[in-house]
Write a protein that binds this ligand. Structure first.
Ligand SMILES: [Zn+2]
Length: 50
């Protein structure tokens, strides 16, 4: 499981930590809570929380 606090940008060569400030979307599915983050570099990363 991906820890929210340990989430980092997956963009090659970026590796910035993703913070609450970067969170642009939160939604729930049957599989858990998903959060979309937009990094300062422009990449969007989706994490899953259960
Ligand atoms: Zn990035």
């Amino acid at each position: 499981m991906l820890d929210e606090l340990a989430a980092t940008c997956e963009q090659k060569g970026c590796d910035r930590p993703l913070r609450e400030d970067n969170c642009i979307l939160v939604y729930r599915t049957d599989h858990g809570e998903r959060r979309a983050y937009e990094c300062d570099c422009g990449a969007v990363i989706v994490t899953v929380h259960r």
